[in-house]
Design a protein around this ligand. Structure first.
Ligand code: OAD
Length: 263
């Protein structure tokens, strides 16, 4: 049974979990990791997004991330991000867990407390040794605002690997690389939400679900009675558990699904 509560003449689901991956940003022009456009300079992203690659060639890894940052800055949220934001607004208890390090969900209007960015944030630059981190401007500020010493330093070394202003170690992007631990804080936020009870609806969109925790969270959240909807043009390891499979691009399927859920 699907539980809804009436709020100001519309129906809203009580608890909804949405899990997203790179496919949701594909229609904004951000290449997925494992798709045909994912390769960069003939290199496999799965091999670039590792601490081993960074140790071997930090310049190469930074070049890749700088290009991705630029692409994301120039991209716009698509209808899939907007549909998820609409669902978040109309739902009593809602959590989005995204593996995407872009900021397109946030720019579509999801607030930080309704979103866990389980693989980090590409616009954070953090020290590989100490706790220092900074948020890079998402859109370059006008030139006259640029002249603080730290920004000046960064600007001068735009094409090299940044160093920590505190301890001089190499700085790295604030994302989780393959083989690294997930943030304890963010994991706790997911667990707290799951502890709050089963969800009426769980939507898993645009992810190959290669990480066990994605499948685990989807199954735990949907429990015995929740809908588990997968949105993905391709089959994934999660498909066999889904109560509904939508084999369409996310920007087409999600707006329709959210409309259906609201009616
Ligand atoms: P992947 O690149 O592995 O998978 C993208 C998924 O999106 C595939 O299953 C596609 O079939 C699907 N897809 C492609 N276009 C789509 C569209 N328009 N609408 C809906 N689905 C579409 O990306 P993720 O599953 O997000 O982790 O990858 C998970 C993680 O692996 C990433 O966060 C990253 C990566 O390595 C780390 O960096 C730790």
């Amino acid at each position: 049974m699907i539980w809804k509560i009436a709020v100001s003449s519309r129906f809203y689901f009580v608890r909804v979990l949405v899990l997203t991956g790179a496919g949701v940003s594909a229609e904004s022009g951000i290449p997925t990791f494992r798709g045909k456009d994912g390769y960069w300079r003939n290199l496999d992203p799965a091999k670039l997004a590792t601490s081993e690659a960074f140790a071997r060639d930090p310049q190469l890894v930074w070049d890749w991330y700088r290009e991705r940052r630029e692409r994301i800055r120039n991209a716009r949220p698509n209808a899939a991000h907007e549909a998820v934001a609409r669902l978040a607004q109309g739902t009593g208890e809602f959590l989005l867990v995204t593996q995407n390090v872009d900021d397109l969900h946030a720019r579509a209007g999801i607030t930080a407390e309704k979103m866990v960015r389980i693989h980090g944030d590409i616009f954070v630059t953090r020290c590989s040794r100490c706790e220092f981190e900074r948020h890079e401007y998402e859109h370059p500020p006008p030139p006259r605002l640029r002249r603080t010493s730290e920004q000046e330093q960064e600007q001068e070394h735009e094409d090299v690997v940044p160093r920590c202003p505190k301890c001089r170690a190499l700085m790295r992007p604030g994302v989780v690389w393959f083989g690294e631990q997930l943030s304890r804080n963010e994991l706790e936020r997911v667990e707290n939400f799951l502890d709050g009870g089963a969800c009426d609806v769980v939507i898993v969109a645009g992810t190959t679900a290669t990480f066990g925790y994605i499948i685990d969270w989807a199954l735990r959240a949907s429990g015995d009675r929740g809908q588990l909807i997968e949105v993905n043009p391709e089959e994934t390891p999660l498909s066999r558990f889904a109560t509904r499979l939508v084999r369409e691009p996310a920007a087409i399927a999600l707006p329709r699904i959210v409309d259906e859920l609201a009616n």
